[in-house]
Design a protein around this ligand. Structure first.
Ligand code: TPP
Length: 800
């Protein structure tokens, strides 16, 4: 509704209420401008001077008045309909708005008593904003009621949907910036409505904030024809209600009318679905709020239009000695909100305004969903030992490690069906990643149409699959942040798509772990399968093990990386990850049949230690070690053991130690990571001076990065993925990257002169073998029989 049309629509607000809501909005705007500018004189009791203004003026004004307007209106509908509602600020750089509003409603001062509801508190509120030692200018973790920082634009809708899954009474009001709406993740997030079950999930109310501009450009959505925009949103399955204009009286009426309609739609859709068991996808309502950027701010600055333009994005007025006219302009701007009508002498919000906010946990800054750890309950866990792969001897045939994990996850789902607090997310790959067993217990949640021959689709289900890694990540984050549990399974190469989202979540975890009032949430668990070494038909595009390089950049307290060598280790690791709190756990595991090494008992011990000598594969007990064969990852472990068996056969006098690493962080020094081995333990395992031939799942440099401070670092020789990939056999992939058993043996011989002539002859045989391998696969399209059929055998006993 544009201003001129809004004269004709219903006027749901009585004049007296409208005046108070407008005053509340003015109060929020006043506090927002105060945060950006004021160092002192918070109530303007005396004329403003330059000494009252901060030296560094930082923050974002442009989005703020619109968000303040939305917040006061959400407060009204929360009270009117007794809503359980939280607020997600897509353009989270409108930090002044969320801080101002949580302060006005009282939730801020409850958490931060120093920011009290008086003049002294107001002064501190203003100073701390974008100030050293203070708070960021975003809807940051420090801000009560926030589950979404919004610093990196694009994830607001995904987080909102994650929050409402399995929260049937929750509504998330999600402000989407019109600039934010141009991002890839947000553009696909509109389709989240195809995954929302109106019976068992809550609702998201998107509010597309069409303030027209980004930092210095117009937005695409603002320059589309109204009809085109409406059709676009309708095409995405939404029913948009437009609120357009700038005249506060009319805008308040229009906003109130549209919000009433939207909430009544949501209630009607939900009660229809819930009382009739009708899962037909409703055309959920949304709002489009078209209001000026920097609304109510300075109209013109230095002769240039400011309000309603991109120039209002950050700090509209530079107030300092170099701009003598601006101090007066700032004072007039602040006074335009009439603070004396809003706050009493002592600086407290006047009671007739304060009563507009909801109370207790209905306040959006105090809603427990926005501090999910409060609501978090433990998962009911099956005993992972019941799913163990049978390993009568090392090297037993396996069915594919993730295929062993599948039934365990199925039963995690089963045991938690009633609690409805565990979901598996993935971009169309749960089956492909070997986790098909979960569909014995649940379906993929899908609220689109279905046709015969669809498989495992249902209006409600524990598996969420959309071919958008962004949505999977964003939904899962929203789900975790509101106190639930989950797992993201993904092809290893394509998890990079969410590198940046992972960054933001890891930052959130770091900051919240230092806020005592924020409770710990369940860990974000990644299961990366279909990994680099087994892309037999997809080839080079699907080969990239670099996500873990990216992950280890983050704070050690937050990140964990596990590379279980076999199925029993995978079960043990996953059990641990699902029980853990406030981490990001990355687990890399294969899905193809591969040899199994450890019984469940041995796997539990090995995973608890995270790293250890595999005695049954080593022959250096009671004597001096000649070489350490280290391995991390399922394929490197296989190749290492194959190399060891060749050496034990052909160079029986060599004393070999096999060290396997499940928990990558063990390699870091203790001072760098809480899992890190002490130097003494590291030296015990890897020796101080013997060659270490290290076969690694991912890029080799990572091992050097993690171990560069260790005594024996100069002797660690790492083989891993070096960007050589194509469509080829499993073994040839390792050959292309010099990670295969033959190269590992040759590497060892090169570093052990004592192997003498026997070593030289063995090297020659292996070189010949590599040529034979190439010729064979070129002719036959599969690996040599001796590679395919290789079984672990310890070889000859060591020579006396
Ligand atoms: C992913 C990402 N890219 C770029 C930026 C830099 N940035 C900060 S604000 C902004 C413009 C945002 O426009 P909009 O979403 O319309 O928000 P508003 O106008 O309400 O401030 C940009 C590009 C960012 N924060 N995140």
């Amino acid at each position: 509704m544009a201003d001129d049309h809004m004269h004709q629509v219903q006027q749901p607000l009585a004049q007296e209420l409208l005046a108070r809501m407008n005053a509340y909005w003015r109060a929020a705007n006043y506090l927002s401008v105060g945060q950006i500018y004021l160092y002192d004189n918070p109530l303007l009791k005396r004329p403003l001077t330059l000494a009252d203004v901060k030296h560094m003026l930082l923050g974002h004004w442009g989005t703020t008045p619109g968000q303040n307007f939305i917040y006061v209106h959400l407060n009204r509908i929360i009270k009117k309909y007794d809503l359980d509602m939280i607020y997600v600020s897509g353009p989270g750089h409108g930090g002044p708005a969320v801080v101002a509003n949580t302060y006005l409603e009282g939730s801020y001062s409850e958490i931060y008593p120093n920011i009290s509801q008086d003049e002294a508190g107001l002064r501190k509120l203003f100073i701390q904003f974008s100030f050293p030692g203070g708070i960021p200018s975003h809807a940051s973790p420090e801000c009560p009621g926030s589950i979404h920082e919004g610093g990196e634009l694009g994830y607001s809708l995904s987080h909102s949907f994650g929050a409402v899954f399995d929260n049937p009474d929750l509504i998330v009001a999600c402000v989407v910036g019109d600039g934010e709406a141009e991002t890839g993740p947000l553009a696909t997030a509109w389709h989240s409505n195809k995954f929302l079950d109106p019976v068992t999930d809550g609702a998201v109310l998107p509010i597309l904030h069409l303030n027209g501009y980004k930092i210095s450009n117009p937005t695409i959505f603002a320059r589309m024809e109204r009809d085109e925009l409406e059709q676009y949103l309708r095409g995405c399955g939404w029913t948009p209600y437009f609120v357009e204009g700038h005249e506060p009286q009319l805008m308040h009426q229009g906003m109130a009318a549209s919000l009433d309609r939207a909430i009544e739609d949501i209630r009607r859709f939900q009660s229809h679905a819930r009382s009739n068991g009708d899962f037909t996808r409703p055309r959920w309502p949304m709002l489009v709020l078209k209001s000026p950027k920097g609304w109510t701010g300075p109209k013109v600055v230095d002769g240039l239009q400011n309000e309603g333009t991109f120039r209002a994005h950050q700090v509209p007025l530079a107030v300092d000695a170099a701009h003598p006219g601006h101090l007066g302009q700032l004072e007039s701007w602040l006074k335009s909100y009439k603070p004396e009508e809003l706050f009493d002498e002592g600086g407290r919000l006047r009671p007739e305004l304060a009563e507009l906010a909801p109370t207790g946990e209905r306040r959006m800054g105090a809603n427990p969903h926005a501090n999910g750890g409060i609501l978090l309950r433990d998962l009911r866990m099956p005993d992972f030992c019941d799913y163990a792969a049978d390993v009568p001897a090392p090297g037993a045939k396996g069915i594919g490690d993730t295929h062993v994990l599948g039934p365990f996850l199925r039963d995690v789902i089963k045991l938690n069906q009633q609690l409805r607090h565990f979901r598996i997310f993935g971009p169309d790959e749960t089956l492909s990643n070997g986790l098909g067993a979960v569909f014995e217990e649940t379906a993929r949640q899908w609220d689109g149409a279905t046709v015969p021959n669809d498989e495992f689709l249902a209006p409600t289900g524990r598996v969420m699959e959309m071919l958008s890694e962004h949505q999977c990540e964003g939904w899962l984050e929203g789900y975790l942040l509101t106190g639930r549990h989950g797992l993201f399974n993904c092809y290893e190469a394509f998890i990079h798509i969410v590198d940046s989202m992972f960054n933001q979540h890891a930052k959130w975890l770091k900051v919240t772990s230092q806020l005592p009032w924020r409770r710990k949430i369940a860990s974000l668990n990644y299961l990366l399968s279909s990994h680099v070494w087994r892309q037999d038909h997809n080839g080079f595009t699907h080969q990239d093990p670099g996500f873990i390089d990216h992950v280890v950049n983050k704070k050690a307290e937050v990140v964990r990386v596990y590379l279980p060598p076999d199925a029993n280790c995978l079960l043990s690791v996953m059990d641990h990850c699902l029980r853990s709190r406030h981490y990001v756990n990355v687990v890399v595991a294969g899905k193809h049949p591969s040899p199994q090494w450890l019984t469940m008992d041995a796997a539990i011990k090995h995973c608890a230690e995270g790293i250890g000598i595999w005695q049954w594969a080593s022959n250096d007990q009671g004597s001096e070690t000649d070489v350490v064969m280290a391995c991390c990852g399922d394929v490197p472990t296989l190749e290492t053991l194959a190399a060891v068996s060749i050496m034990r056969e052909h160079l029986p006098s060599l004393r070999i130690r096999v060290v396997n690493i499940v928990d990558l962080m063990k390699l870091q020094p203790q001072s760098e990571h809480p899992h890190g081995l002490s130097d003494i333990d590291f030296d015990d395992l890897f020796t101080k001076d013997k060659p270490v031939i290290f076969a690694f799942h991912a890029y080799p440099w990572l091992i050097h990065r993690l171990t560069y401070r260790r005594t024996n670092h100069h002797n660690i020789h790492v083989r891993g993925y070096k960007e050589e990939g194509t469509i080829t056999t499993a073994f040839d992939m390792t050959v292309l990257n010099d990670l295969d058993r033959f190269h590992l043996v040759m590497d060892t011989i090169d570093r052990l002169p004592q192997t003498g002539g026997a070593g030289i002859y063995l090297k020659q045989q292996l070189r010949d073998k590599l040529i034979e391998h190439k010729q064979y696969i070129d002719r036959n399209g599969q690996d040599l029989p001796e590679v395919r059929n290789w079984r672990w055998s310890p070889g000859k006993p060591p020579a006396a």
